[in-house]
Design a protein. Structure first.
Length: 517
C-alpha cells in the first residue's frame, strides 16, 4: 500500500513538475494584456526620459575617442543592470559594444543593432544653450517649439505631442532606451523573452561603420543570431507602426574639369580661355532629363515589380501633396509612379559643387578647375562599380577623355575635352528582405497583435544603414524597425524626439520581446 502511495505521489509530483515547466514556458512568452501594458508603459515614461537625458548628456561625436569611451561606460552599466553579459569588442577603428542575455530552454536568438554615436553639432545653430542638454518643448500656435518646464513630465499624464530636443534623442540613443525600458517592464512582470537577446552598439555609424564592417568576421560567434533587427531611422510620417524590409546602399565619384593652369582675369581672357564651370555644367546636363530620370544607358536595368511588390508599395499611406508642401517643391521628379516606387530605383545626385569663390572674396576671374561630387543611391539590383562604370561610359560617349588621375601638361595639351573622374567602386550595397519571410511574418504578427492594426510595410527605404555586412558575414535575415518621428531633424540642428514615439517605441520593443518565434 505504501509502495503504491509512493508511486502515486511520484506520479503526481512528476505531473505537477511538468505542469510547472509548461506554465513557466508559457509565462515567458505570455502577452501582457493591452490595458495593463499601456499602464505599465505610461508609468515607465518619466524614468525613460530621465535615463535618456542622462545618456544624451554625454557628447558622442565618433571623431572624439574620449567621448565615445564615456558612452561605452554608460552603456555597459545600463545593460549590466539588466543582467546582460557585456563586452567591448576592439576593432581597427572605434570599438563595438556587445551585450548578451540568454534564457534556459530558449533556442532562438535575436540580435538588435543600434548606434551610440551621433552627428557633430554646431551649437550656434541650435535653439538651446547646449545641444547635449535635453530640453522639453511644446509646439505653439505659430508652429514653433517653445521650451517648457521639465518638471511637467512628473505629471500623471504626459502629452504625446511634447518633444525633447538634444543631439541623438532620436538618432539613435532614444531607441536604445526604449529597448531597456521594455526589458524593465518585462522583468517587473516576472517574465522573460521567448528568445535569447543580443545587442550590438556601433560607435561610428555616422562615419560609415568602418570598424564594424572590418571586424564582423572576427566577432562572428559573438554576434551570430537567427534574426537581426535594426532599430535606426524614422517611422512613416503618419506615426503608424512601421516595418522596413530594406534600404538603399551608396557609392560616389567626383568629376573635375579644367581651364587654364591657373585662374585668369576674365577681362583679359574671357572669350579665349575655356571656363571649366561651363564644361562641367554641360556634362551634368547630359545626365538627366527634365523629369529627373537618369539618361545614362543601363542605369535602371533590372528594376521590375511584380503584383505583390506593387501592392505593398501602393498600401503605404503617403500623401504626395503633403510631402511636396513640406519640401516646398511644385512637382516631384518622375522616377516611379509614387514616393515608395521612386525609392526602388537607383538615384544620381550631386553632393557638392565647387569653382573659384562666391560672395566675399570672389573676383572677376575664370577658375582653373571645377569640381562636382556625385552620389549614387544603390538598390539590390544594382552594384556600385558597374554603376560608376556606366557613368564613365556615358561621359566618353559625349566625346570626353576620362582620366583616372589628374591630367599632365601633355595630356591637357592633347585633349580639348577631358575630365578627371575620381572615386567610384562598390561602395555600400543595398539589401531587401522578403516581406513574406519568416522574420517578416513574425514581426508583422507582433505589431498587429499588440497595436491592433497592421503595420505600414516599407519595401525599401531611401537611407542607408550598415546592415548588409551582417547579412553577408553572418547569413542572418534583417528587418529595420524604426521607432522615432519622421520630422526629428536627425543629422541637423534641433534634433528631437516626440514623446508619443517614445511611448510607441517602448510598446513596439515590448511587443517583440513577448512574441515567440
Amino acid at each position: 500500500m505504501a509502495l503504491r502511495l509512493n508511486i502515486k505521489t511520484k506520479t503526481v509530483m512528476a505531473t505537477l513538475f511538468a505542469f510547472a515547466i509548461t506554465a513557466s514556458a508559457q509565462l515567458s512568452a505570455q502577452k501582457i494584456p493591452a490595458e495593463k501594458s499601456d499602464a505599465l508603459i505610461s508609468k515607465a515614461m518619466y524614468p525613460a526620459l530621465e535615463e535618456l537625458k542622462e545618456y544624451v548628456a554625454i557628447p558622442n561625436d565618433a571623431l572624439i575617442a574620449e567621448d565615445i569611451e564615456k558612452n561605452l561606460i554608460w552603456s555597459e552599466k545600463a545593460f549590466a543592470k539588466r543582467g546582460f553579459k557585456t563586452a567591448i569588442l576592439k576593432t581597427g577603428k572605434m570599438p563595438l559594444f556587445s551585450a548578451e542575455k540568454t534564457y534556459p530552454k530558449n533556442t532562438k536568438t535575436v540580435l538588435f543593432y543600434f548606434h551610440l554615436d551621433g552627428q557633430a553639432v554646431r551649437p550656434n545653430e541650435w535653439f538651446q544653450k547646449d545641444p547635449y542638454m535635453t530640453v522639453l518643448k511644446e509646439k505653439g500656435a505659430d508652429g514653433t517649439f517653445k521650451e517648457i518646464d521639465w518638471e511637467l513630465l512628473k505629471k500623471e499624464k504626459i502629452n504625446d505631442e511634447w518633444r525633447i530636443f538634444a543631439r541623438s534623442t532620436s538618432d539613435d540613443k532614444g531607441p536604445i532606451v526604449m529597448l531597456l525600458k521594455a526589458l524593465d517592464i518585462l522583468a517587473g512582470q516576472n517574465q522573460q523573452p521567448p528568445f535569447n537577446v543580443k545587442v550590438v552598439l556601433d560607435c561610428e555609424e555616422e562615419k560609415g561603420s568602418p570598424g564594424l564592417k572590418a571586424s564582423l568576421a572576427q566577432y562572428k560567434k559573438e554576434l551570430m543570431a537567427d534574426y537581426l533587427i535594426v532599430m535606426d531611422g524614422p517611422m512613416h510620417s503618419s506615426n503608424i507602426p512601421t516595418l522596413t524590409f530594406g534600404c538603399r546602399g551608396g557609392t560616389g565619384f567626383g568629376l573635375t574639369t579644367y581651364g587654364a593652369i591657373t585662374q585668369q582675369h576674365s577681362g583679359h581672357f574671357g572669350n579665349y580661355s575655356p571656363d571649366p564651370t561651363f564644361i562641367l555644367s554641360k556634362i551634368i546636363a547630359t545626365m538627366k532629363d527634365d523629369d529627373g530620370r537618369v539618361l545614362i544607358d543601363g542605369f535602371y536595368d533590372g528594376i521590375k515589380f511584380d503584383a505583390e511588390a506593387e501592392k505593398i508599395m501602393a498600401a503605404v499611406p503617403d500623401n504626395m501633396k503633403e510631402i511636396n508642401d513640406r519640401l516646398q517643391i511644385a512637382e516631384e521628379e518622375k522616377v516611379g509612379k509614387n514616393y515608395q516606387e521612386s525609392m526602388q530605383y537607383p538615384s544620381l545626385n550631386i553632393r557638392g559643387l565647387k569653382a573659384a569663390v562666391v560672395g566675399k572674396g570672389g573676383g572677376s576671374i575664370i577658375p582653373e578647375e571645377a569640381l562636382a561630387e556625385f552620389g549614387i543611391r544603390l538598390v539590390p539590383e544594382t552594384e556600385g562599380t558597374r554603376m560608376t562604370n556606366l557613368v564613365k561610359a556615358h561621359i566618353e560617349k559625349h566625346g570626353y577623355k576620362v582620366f583616372d588621375h589628374v591630367p599632365t601638361k601633355a595630356e591637357r595639351l592633347a585633349y580639348k575635352k577631358l575630365v578627371f573622374m575620381s572615386g567610384g567602386g562598390p561602395g555600400s550595397p543595398a539589401f531587401r528582405t522578403e516581406v513574406n519571410s519568416p522574420i517578416g511574418n513574425w514581426l508583422r504578427k507582433s505589431v498587429t497583435e499588440n497595436f491592433r492594426q497592421d503595420p505600414i510595410v516599407i519595401r525599401i527605404m531611401g537611407g542607408s544603414v550598415p546592415v548588409v555586412p551582417f547579412i553577408q558575414t553572418l547569413g542572418v535575415p534583417a528587418v529595420i524597425v524604426p521607432l522615432v518621428n519622421m520630422d526629428n531633424n536627425q543629422h541637423s540642428p534641433n534634433e528631437n524626439l516626440r514623446l508619443g514615439n517614445l511611448r510607441m517605441g517602448i510598446k513596439t520593443c515590448l511587443s517583440i520581446l513577448t512574441t515567440p518565434i
